[in-house]
Design a protein around this ligand. Structure first.
Ligand code: C2G
Length: 155
């Protein structure tokens, strides 16, 4: 039985979170997720839209997730690894190297993030709908450019 552990805020739950949890679940049999409490997010300097109880409930509802625990601080990871018999600790690559000190207890993995989506980006787009349109225009232009590039190679 391989147990995987990760942590996160999971605010405004989005496809980047789902794809990370799916890939983490593929690394083992059980997936334990530490969801940052509102108090800990204040320590991290992160403001959240969705309160901890709802963020924890949403993550718990994800079929890939076995257990959700509160993340109250930076220091609890070592004890969590021991308490939950963790074999693999894994995070998105924006944390690469940050948790290598746990390597005496378990394997450490950093997985690629999903491009183009983040809770911060969503908040910015919700705050400024024009930014959202601009993103869509940029995406449409990129797609058009790919069509033009493909066409010119075919000629
Ligand atoms: N993530 C991702 N792709 C995205 C956005 C996030 O793979 N487009 C990953 C992050 O790399 C992280 C996880 O999803 O591993 C959760 O991201 P956040 O909710 O932003 O969590 P964070 O604030 O990084 O908290 O002690 C560790 C911290 O609690 C991590």
């Amino acid at each position: 039985m391989t147990t995987v552990l990760t942590y996160g805020t999971f605010d405004l739950f989005h496809i980047g979170h789902v794809r990370l949890l799916e890939r983490l679940a593929d690394l083992g049999d059980e997936l334990v997720v530490g969801v940052s409490t509102d108090e800990f997010n204040a320590v991290k300097g992160k403001s959240t839209i969705i309160p901890y109880e709802h963020r924890a409930e949403i993550v718990s509802a994800i079929k890939h997730v076995t257990t959700v625990i509160p993340e109250n601080g930076w220091e609890q990871k070592r004890q969590d690894v021991i308490d939950h018999g963790v074999d693999i600790f894994a995070m998105g690559a924006d944390w690469k190297g940050k948790f290598d000190e746990l390597s005496d207890l378990c394997e450490i993995h950093y997985l690629e993030r999903t491009d183009g989506i983040s809770s911060t980006k969503l908040k910015e787009q919700l705050a400024d709908p024009a930014a959202l349109d601009l993103d869509r225009v940029r995406h449409a232009l990129d797609t058009l450019q790919q069509v033009v590039d493909n066409y010119s190679t075919l000629r």
